[in-house]
Write a protein that binds this ligand. Structure first.
Ligand code: ATP
Ligand code: FE
Length: 381
């Protein structure tokens, strides 16, 4: 089987053609980072316009590069949720048009399921990864631990009480005035730490939820973000105004640039390193509890860490250490396929075809929790 995948749920236009062995036949990825940087966040209207502008060309290019005829393609998989309504709509409409034109059936793909299933398609030990397994999804919009029991069958274990971890990385990158016009904030935080030898011990930010809530499996990043903001302003000998605190805490989009920081590059790298190591220590602390619980209750032996933040090398290393401690197998998608892409959507489509659980209902679902999502077993794709 061969599937074409279309991903437009957020700020990346991703198209790919893949076969059921996990071979990527061709792929195209267009990121709209410059627009995100210009608007101080993902502006749905602007980004959906960018998807619209690039999508048809990207689909055509991907099909051309594959050297296949459209008649060789068995299905078109498209992300129909969760994500930004106008962005999802662009992808779904393009998929519907292509489907009508070519008579190729559609397959609905849940964006988060695509993030986690790609670990079965492309991680090093992918062939060994069978259900059930535990998943830490650390992305731009989510920070959640789920138990994966089968395609479309996920149980909620714990999630974030405020921001996702990716959002926290993005906001701190903006606070530190990093250039996010080419790559994401998370990517830039990791880069500046490496490039300027950022010292995570230079600033002590408290690891979230180490008090009475220590044993709870939930995440929180608002305290850590505020600590970072206070530290930055203290170093600059300036005070925080309420507007700024609101921006950091509430994720309001504004087009204005942050004020230029009066800090040396080394201090910025130290701040970035301290933030990064604390945020990741928090993920490790909570995943540790989830793994312990898992060992007691069920015989799960595999952990998938996925979503954009799973591209982070420190997180990958720390999760490997944690899995060694608990005797778990760690499954990480290749770095390139942690953030949004068309390949994971094509792969999710293939998984659904193989399991007989593909559905062609691509109704837009901007809010669509993974653990509430159960497969409708009518097989119509
Ligand atoms: P969701 O998948 O929850 O709907 P999304 O699709 O916007 O959200 P992803 O593409 O999965 O998110 O991930 C993007 C996030 O990953 C961004 O917040 C970005 O800062 C973060 N990220 C990317 N690379 C890295 C990295 N190397 N280190 C830390 N964070 C990173
Ligand atoms: Fe995503």
């Amino acid at each position: 089987k061969i599937v074409l995948g279309i991903e437009t749920s957020c700020d990346d236009t991703g198209i790919a053609i893949m076969d059921e062995s996990g071979r990527i036949i061709s792929e195209t990825l267009i990121t709209h980072s410059q627009l995100v940087a210009d608007w101080g966040g993902v502006h749905p209207h602007e980004i959906s316009k960018a998807h619209k502008k690039t999508l048809d060309g990207a689909i055509e290019e991907t099909i051309n590069k594959s050297n296949l005829q459209t008649s060789d393609i068995d299905a078109i998989a498209v992300t129909n949720g969760p994500g930004l309504m106008s962005c999802l709509r662009t992808g779904v409409e393009a998929a519907q048009q292509l489907s009508q034109r070519t008579n190729i059936p559609l397959i609905s793909v849940h964006h988060l399921e695509a993030h986690l299933l790609i670990a079965r398609g492309l991680s090093k030990e992918s062939s060994n990864l069978q259900f059930p397994f535990l998943v830490l999804l650390a992305s731009g919009g989510h920070c959640v631990i789920v138990e994966a029991n089968g395609i479309g069958d996920y149980k909620f274990i714990g999630g974030t009480l405020d921001d996702s971890i990716g959002e926290a990385f993005d906001k701190i990158a903006r606070l530190l005035n990093l250039d996010v016009s080419v790559n994401s904030g998370g990517h830039e935080i990791e880069r500046i730490v490496k490039l300027h030898d950022g010292d995570p011990k230079q600033f002590k930010f408290p690891i979230p939820m180490m008090g009475p809530k220590r044993s709870e499996i939930s995440f929180s990043f608002s305290g850590l973000k505020s600590s970072a903001l206070w530290q930055v302003r203290k170093l600059e000998n300036s005070t925080i105004n309420n507007k700024e605190l609101n921006l950091l805490v509430m994720n309001q989009k504004n087009k204005s640039q942050n004020p230029k920081l009066n800090l040396s590059t080394k201090v910025v790298a130290d701040l970035a390193a301290s933030f990064q190591s604390t945020a990741i220590a928090h993920l490790v602390d909570k995943t540790d509890i989830a793994l312990k619980k898992c060992k007691q209750n069920r015989n799960i032996k595999d952990l998938v860490v996925c979503g954009g933040v799973a591209a982070n090398m420190l997180l990958r290393d720390e999760m490997q250490t944690l899995c060694n401690k608990h005797n778990f197998n760690l499954h990480l998608p290749p770095i390139k396929y942690c953030t949004d892409n068309g390949v994971m959507v094509a792969w999710a489509g293939l998984e659904k075809l193989k399991s007989g659980l593909a559905t062609s209902d691509v109704t837009l679902k901007p809010r669509w929790p993974l653990f509430e999502y159960t497969i409708n077993t009518s097989q119509d794709a």
